[in-house]
Ligand binder design. Sequence first.
Ligand code: HEM
Length: 210
Amino acid sequence: MVIALTGLGLVVFVVFHMLGNLQLFEGPLALNRYAAVLRDMPILLWAVRIGLLSMAVFHIGLALQLSMQNRRARPLEYTIHRYRKASIASRTMAISGMALLLFVAFHLLHLTAGVIDPGFADRRDPEGNRDVYTKVVHAFQNPFVVILYLVGQLGLGLHLRHAIASSVQTMGFEHAGLNRLLKALGPVIGLIVVLGNVAIILAVFLGIVH
Ligand code: HEM
């Protein structure tokens, strides 16, 4: 239950983060003003950060504990695996989750803390706001960064594909008529988030946004 609830909380963040970042397409002033809103409200910013961090700690910690319990329950591996219903996404949740964790660690050091590639970290735009737009554009002009971010999106897409449907099921939402819709929710939301993020990465890399 806790894994499901914290997971859904993190999904809400990822959806809103993608929608917010799409303001890149409206130009530098729009994205920088948006980024400034949260930073200008430090109490709200830190409340969101502490909320996200606690959700991530509970989600990852309990998921690891569950995976280990699962493994201990059957110390001898099956010699033959014949999966009937389990999708690749559902069987690789631990791997996609780890990939996502590595991606988020890199992403925070890169675009939030400015430890990786700090060149544009302190720039301001003509309105005096932090120039997040230039930082993002500079980042995705680098093919290595683009590859890392695209791999991160693959992890995110795989994880969301199974996670949303699975959380909904864990919380007991079962409905004969709505089951197919509930099952489709994960892949659809996952695809929308990944397509939004990939659009940002590729629009910069291909020079459509500069
Ligand atoms: C193309 C995709 C993405 C772009 C362009 C992007 C962009 C950014 C930028 C520019 C910041 C720093 C904002 C600022 O300095 O004010 C940021 C922060 C952050 N991003 Fe992303 N992001 C992307 C994907 C993701 C994904 C997939 C996740 C999570 C799975 C994520 C999690 C975070 C977190 C946790 C922060 C820190 C927020 C804070 O406390 O300041 N991002 N992102």
